[in-house]
Write a new protein. Structure first.
Length: 215
């Protein structure tokens, strides 16, 4: 066992964990636990998010909801839902995940199982400290089409292409927004009040939509 800590996250890594043990830990700790699990072929990382991590998570969620509302598209928020498939021996709990393009098939559903259901279209992963697990491989094995990854300083967008994540400038789920633009708003969250920040973001999104639709 290896334990690490930092102001944003605390991590514990366990080796040689069977799939059965992984699922038992999920059941025993329940959905209300504060930590999040990432499982990769026998290696289990348990991450407990602290303030810096959780505040960024909340900002991303607000921005995505505002984007969907301004674009007048429906989304299904799945939060930190456990995404897992025994067939690939991997599982993960993202900071946030969403059904966007594939929202209609899951609308109204109370339970989802990635063994038979479509995976979310977009996942948000915040790793301000270094993870011991290759999360790209987990997400790609689960078939997550788009990944936004933030390390506390830089935000990057990735799209799944032929089983690999390729960095891209614009979002697949929300094509009006680029990683650079979103990074700018996340950076503003360090100095601007949250209500003012959200108002500024909404105004930017409306202006961007008007500009793009007027061409």
């Amino acid at each position: 066992m290896i334990a690490t800590s930092a102001p944003a996250e605390q991590r514990t890594v366990l080796q040689n964990i069977s799939w059965e043990t992984f699922e038992a830990l999920l059941r025993e700790t329940g959905e209300d636990r504060g930590s999040r699990f990432a499982y990769d072929c026998g290696t289990l990382e348990i991450m407990t998010p602290l303030f810096e991590h959780e505040n960024a998570k909340i900002q991303f969620d607000r921005f995505i909801f505002a984007l969907a509302e301004e674009l007048e598209i429906e989304i299904k928020s799945a939060g930190s839902m456990t995404l897992k498939r025994r067939a690939v021996n991997r599982g993960i709990e993202p900071d946030n995940c969403y059904y966007v393009q594939n929202e209609p098939p899951v609308r109204g559903r109370q339970e989802l199982d990635l063994e038979t259901d479509l995976p979310p279209d977009l996942a948000i992963e915040i790793d301000i400290t270094n993870s011991s697990i290759n999360k790209f491989e987990i997400y790609s094995a689960l078939g997550i089409a788009e990944l936004w990854r933030y390390n506390g300083r830089v935000l990057k967008f990735y799209q799944l292409t032929e089983g690999k994540y390729i960095e891209c400038e614009f979002s697949l789920a929300f094509p009006i927004v680029s990683a650079r633009e979103m990074s700018g708003f996340i950076e503003q969250s360090q100095t601007l009040g949250e209500i003012a920040l959200l108002k500024s973001f909404r105004a930017w999104a409306r202006d961007k939509i008007v500009y793009l639709t007027s061409d």
